[in-house]
Design a protein around this ligand. Structure first.
Ligand code: GTP
Length: 206
């Protein structure tokens, strides 16, 4: 079994919880309580391999024992960095987060191995009449920062959301950090402890 940790990051209200809930339950739910950060767990099979996925959904509001962005970046093997196509400031935040991930998690590495562990996602495509970020801008940022790019709508697209999460799990499992940890922890039962040490927070199974 392969343990994969994915952090879904981005500014407040871009649809991080909506994307996660859509992926885990197939449903789009209009409003989400966001008073605490959560780690959701799911088993999934990709290319015949079983993966234990841990999905981290941060809390944008101040909350007790909240982890820092640096901690979240160090914790994860793969990243879904979300912005809202109808909110330019969320795009600028996504840009800054991608930059930080490259610096902190990947140590500025130029290895091709690390290229695919960040997905840049423009959400709320259904709001294209209010669009503030062109698709081309998203694509350009992704290619400059060596990320993969998706534009979709948690509200309207289920298959695309599943494809996007499957992609990050597959890429993260091939990426350097997950491989390294698998090697180090093989035969160990310390995953749960590791996660609790970093976040000391709630875990949810769906
Ligand atoms: N139109 C539209 N609205 C969406 C979409 N995805 C999310 N929303 C709405 O955007 C709002 C914020 O969604 P959340 O999923 O709570 O966003 P978040 O990034 O988790 O927010 P925080 O937890 O506060 O950081 C909610 O009202 C959602 O219904 C989408 O694809 N299209």
């Amino acid at each position: 079994m392969n343990d994969i940790k994915v952090a879904v990051l981005g500014s407040e209200g871009v649809g991080k919880s909506a994307l996660i809930v859509r992926f885990l339950t197939r449903r789009f739910i209009g409003e989400y309580a966001s008073s605490s950060e959560c780690i959701y767990r799911k088993r999934m099979s990709i290319d015949g391999r079983q993966h234990n996925l841990e999905l981290y959904d941060p809390c944008s509001q101040p909350c007790e024992g909240k982890s820092t962005l640096n901690e979240q970046i160090h914790w994860a093997d793969g990243f879904v960095v979300v912005y809202d196509i109808s909110d330019r400031s969320s795009f600028l935040t996504a840009k800054a987060i991608v930059h930080l991930i490259r610096e902190l998690h990947l140590g500025g590495s130029k290895s091709r191995d690390t290229d695919s562990v960040i997905l840049l996602v423009g959400n709320k495509q259904d709001l294209c009449h209010m669009r503030e970020v062109d698709r081309e801008e998203g694509q350009k940022l992704a290619s400059e920062r060596r990320c993969q790019f998706y534009e979709l709508s948690a509200a309207e697209h289920y298959q695309e959301v599943v494809l996007m999460f499957s992609k990050i799990v597959r890429n993260a499992s091939l990426g350097g950090k997950a491989k390294e940890r698998r090697h180090r922890l093989s035969g160990s039962k310390s995953m749960a402890k590791l996660i609790n040490n970093v976040f000391g927070k709630r875990r949810k199974s769906v």
